[in-house]
Design a protein around this ligand. Sequence first.
Ligand SMILES: *[C@@H]1O[C@H](CO)[C@@H](O)[C@H](O)[C@H]1NC(C)=O
Ligand SMILES: *[C@@H]1O[C@H](CO)[C@@H](O)[C@H](O)[C@H]1NC(C)=O
Ligand SMILES: *[C@@H]1O[C@H](CO)[C@@H](O)[C@H](O)[C@H]1NC(C)=O
Ligand SMILES: *[C@@H]1O[C@H](CO)[C@@H](O)[C@H](O)[C@H]1NC(C)=O
Ligand SMILES: *[C@@H]1O[C@H](CO)[C@@H](O)[C@H](O)[C@H]1NC(C)=O
Ligand SMILES: CC(=O)N[C@H]1CO[C@H](CO)[C@@H](O)[C@@H]1O
Length: 388
Amino acid sequence: MALTRSSYLALSLSTVLAGNWAKADSFIPKVSGTPQILGNVTDPTICRDSCGSTRFGSRVLWTCRDSQPYGSNGAPIFPVYSSSASWTDFNSDGTPLIQSGIQSSHGEETGLLCYGDNNETPFFPIPQDECSDNSAGGCSDKTRWALWPNVPPLMTFGDPSSGSVSAWTWITQSHITSSLALLNPDPPTALYQVNYDGPTGSSNPNQLPSVVLVEETFWTSDQIPYGTYGNLLVNGTVYLYGQNANGTVGLAQVPSGQVSNLTAYQYYVNDAWTTTIPGVNDTGVNIPNASAGGQGTYYYSSIWDLYVWIGQKSNTIGGYFYVTTAPAPEGPWAEPVNFYTVETNGLPYTFQAHPGLISDPNENAIYLSWTVSTTAGYYTPLAYVEWE
Ligand SMILES: *[C@@H]1O[C@H](CO)[C@@H](O)[C@H](O)[C@H]1NC(C)=O
Ligand SMILES: *[C@@H]1O[C@H](CO)[C@@H](O)[C@H](O)[C@H]1NC(C)=O
Ligand SMILES: *[C@@H]1O[C@H](CO)[C@@H](O)[C@H](O)[C@H]1NC(C)=O
Ligand SMILES: *[C@@H]1O[C@H](CO)[C@@H](O)[C@H](O)[C@H]1NC(C)=O
Ligand SMILES: *[C@@H]1O[C@H](CO)[C@@H](O)[C@H](O)[C@H]1NC(C)=O
Ligand SMILES: CC(=O)N[C@H]1CO[C@H](CO)[C@@H](O)[C@@H]1O
């Protein structure tokens, strides 16, 4: 049915009048003032690609993709390990602890100081049959199993008194050639569990959570890689977004206590929840406008009472941050819009939002980061954006 412009306007108006104004599917967040660049998210000893963050009690855990030590001349050296993690701290007022004069072999920096004992081994262990003898998953035939965490761990259990935490990460088992081409465009997905006893369980603040591989093939290559494109937890339900090679974004849900139980999952297909998992290329799986196609972050905003995606547009390389919102994880999502553009002298990607860096539930703002790849290595600027 074709809608005339006036009937379309009448429909939009009735949608707006029917509910909370912020719940209209046309809600477009607008930036207030000029975003501030606060510095870099930086580990003085590790050069790291593509970091995301999760709040773990009184600290934030950052997980990153390929990581390398800095050599004495400030340039990254071997070994490459396919993932790393680290902690960052808060000020006593709940804002992230931005420090100046952070000393590293590549100079002095201002930003958020990352620390933690990685020991040059992958934070997410490489499955044994995926060239795990090499810390980067590199094989003798020059191919590579690139076990890159694209989404930070999703916490489903946290005990405020002990700081003990349990969280989950889904990682596609990307098998790539030396020119970074995927041998299987829709790789299977592994499920990892991240466990932490809390700072009280360990006298060493540098100790990182432990990680176990729960299931090497949790999703097969014939299924959407749910959880590798974004996820969130609201009211005891985990929502997992997955994107296939063709750009389709699908959605699954599971009770937060049943994450490792495959039979407890439901999938959003043809506008309804079903227990039958769809095929990776099935029609009726895509959630329209649930993102602008590139990498980003999903979260629930209590201040807007809306679900939010912030990230990059597909097939773009500029510093254009997009946002879209929806009243429910399955939509309807508004058309994504560009709300902030960052200038860089390198290639920016892995656009991330960091809801875990906000301590005050009434703070109408978000922290953002992105990765810049330069000939001297990677760095991760951090920005603070206030909304109108
Ligand atoms: C962030 O890192 C880049 C690359 O190392 C550097 O040029 C820049 O000065 C750093 N920014 C701050 C605020 O330290
Ligand atoms: C969570 O559950 C409470 C109690 O049922 C409800 O009032 C609230 O709207 C729910 N929140 C969301 C985001 O669904
Ligand atoms: C799904 O589509 C992709 C192209 O986007 C194709 O390469 C792949 O073989 C298809 N997978 C299946 C199981 O049909
Ligand atoms: C797994 O989920 C199914 C479906 O919800 C449920 O019947 C079963 O009890 C769950 N298994 C466990 C071990 O909780
Ligand atoms: C890929 O997506 C396009 C629309 O964006 C669709 O026409 C095509 O059938 C899809 N291909 C597969 C293999 O699903
Ligand atoms: C930016 C974007 O992806 N817009 C899409 C929103 O959804 C409508 C309906 O599916 C598409 O036509 C737009 O291209």
